[in-house]
Design a protein around this ligand. Sequence first.
Ligand code: NDP
Length: 284
Amino acid sequence: MGKNYRSELVGVFGCPIDENPTGVMEEAGFAARGLDFRYITIKVNEGDLGAAMQGLRAMNMRGINLTIPHKVEVLKYLDELSEAAEIIGAVNVVVNNAGKLWGENTDGKGFLTSLKDAGVSPQGKTVMILGAGGAARAISVECALAGAAKIIIANRDSRRGQALVDLLKEKTPVAVEYIPWQGAIVVPQGTHILVNATSVGLFPHVDQKPEIDYDTITADMVVTDVIFNDPNSLFLQAAAARGAQTINGLGMLVNQGAVNFTLWTGEEAPLEIMTEALKREFGL
Ligand code: NDP
């Protein structure tokens, strides 16, 4: 056998994409496992995804991540979907199995793993989710599939909020409630897990936090944030000040990256090394 000079290619298609740090984490993982894989950060404009997916096939790429604005659009270029991706209606990772493209959504799975790592399970619990965008959809569907008793959705845009509520009612067995988001919303008593799945607080807007009545957060709640930059968000700081257990968005980010790593390589991801690489990147 001759020497192999060809690397396995994976990466991400998105726009904007320049500031997406996922490659740092995945490449650190490949190096640690001695895998000849390359993660390429690729700008694909809206409207160009079809050509990019053809390119992926033509170049025999092993897989790809999708981010804004391609997570829903990509569905029409795939051959198969996981159960969760089918329900969520969005895909953030594709695996190319000898020309057959399979789509999965690992955002919610990364979220569940970060809960598990903190000793928290959504099973039988009431979960309140702020937001109804892509992250909220993935998190709420995975919590429902993991046996949450009730999910409360709060969103400003009531059409988007109601659409997520209808999806959960139709496709999962969980009890669902919608709270219109006007002014500082109250976290209902009996909420076990509160999730910020909005984009409020994302760098550079680190001086912002979602508009809720923070005095309705109690010490028996677990409060989590999807925001990973800054991981010590104002939202989590306010929750910690009320005595709640807090979980930041870095765990979700690393864990979804770890699931993707395994889907592409078939190997267990070196979680600690990937986490450290990201933290270094964020100057933490
Ligand atoms: P979307 O654009 O799909 O959704 C954004 C959501 O935020 C909507 O529900 C929107 O409400 C809400 N929102 C925005 N501004 C406000 C505001 N001022 N007050 C209240 N609600 C607001 O984005 P995604 O769901 O894809 O991403 C959301 C965040 O999650 C991003 O910051 C992203 O970086 C992060 N994320 C983190 C991951 C991780 O691994 N940690 C993984 C995936 C995402 P409305 O509908 O009313 O406009």
